[in-house]
Design a protein around this ligand. Structure first.
Ligand code: NAP
Length: 251
């Protein structure tokens, strides 16, 4: 039996690509496409999908996404969320809401490109061997949030690995001009570059005296995200509760 799917943000760059990928997949059925311009109140439009749609894929904007995800949980629809800009506080509210809908699965993945997910894993693995690490993310200039969700997640993974290994990062003698040193995420400096022509790129630099390790991932095209999105659509139903990051689905 095919999985019934709705795409929220269906006219967007990612949403329209996901619609096409779902249409092409023999085991998935595209039942609904929602957009802000077509549906002034997306919460009400989502409520109408209850009982008809099993999984919704959500690629909208950071302010819209949290309302959409809460509406999907209320309607008992599993959610595969690609919109970035999630804070820890917003994630906690999703987790609290899911306590009242324990059968619903929500996956919030800052990056659906399998290579980017692996780069994050490799970075977390490498961190305990280096005292210096910085993350540079490079994106197209239409991106609304900075630094990217992937870069944040990568930095959090490095910070966690440092903490577990009892590593004190450094040295850094900067006394002034801290804004030029990027954002501090979990003790890791994260730099955001916005340039026309780019899609989504990340470079993780690790150093020790005398050596530098660079882990780099490039998404040249939005098609890089689609296999990960389709995999998530197929698996989200067997992962109830909140999952952050596609890596949990890669096992
Ligand atoms: P986009 O082209 O601007 O598309 C966003 C779409 O969402 C637009 O069609 C917009 O409609 C619609 N929208 C806005 N508010 C809405 C609402 N309340 N309900 C329903 N639809 C609404 O953006 P994009 O490039 O597709 O990116 C979308 C998000 O995905 C961004 O946060 C981006 O960073 C993220 N992203 C994530 C990944 C990943 O792998 N996780 C990959 C690429 C992008 P209107 O045009 O009518 O306002």
């Amino acid at each position: 039996m095919s999985v019934s799917v709705s795409v929220v943000g269906a006219r967007g760059r990612m949403g329209s690509a996901v619609c096409e990928a779902v249409r092409q997949a023999a085991d998935l059925e595209l039942l609904a496409q929602l957009d802000k311009s077509a549906d002034t109140d997306s919460r009400a439009a989502i409520a109408q999908l209850a009982g008809r749609v099993q999984v919704a894929v959500e690629f909208t904007t950071p302010p819209a996404s949290k309302d959409n995800v809460h509406a999907l949980i209320e309607s008992g629809i599993h959610a595969v969320v690609g919109t970035t800009g999630w804070t820890q506080a917003k994630l906690e509210r999703i987790r609290d809401h899911l306590a009242s809908a324990p059968h619903v699965g929500v996956l919030i993945a800052p990056n659906f490109a399998i290579g980017a997910v692996l780069a994050m894993q490799f970075a977390a693995q490498a961190a305990r061997f280096f005292t210096g690490a910085e993350v540079i993310e490079l994106h197209h200039p239409n991106k609304l949030d900075a630094p990217s969700g992937t870069a944040r997640q990568t930095a959090i993974g490095i910070g966690k690995a440092w903490q577990q290994a009892g590593i004190q990062p450094g040295p850094d003698s900067t006394e002034s001009g801290w804004q030029a040193r990027g954002a501090n995420v979990a003790g890791v400096r994260v730099h955001a570059v916005r340039l026309p022509g780019l899609v989504a790129h990340e470079e993780i630099l690790f150093s020790n005296p005398g050596e530098l390790l660079t882990i780099r991932h490039d998404s040249f095209d939005r098609s890089s995200f689609l296999p990960g999105v389709l995999m998530a659509v197929r698996k989200v139903g067997v992962h109830p509760g909140l999952t952050v990051g596609l890596d949990r689905y890669l096992t």
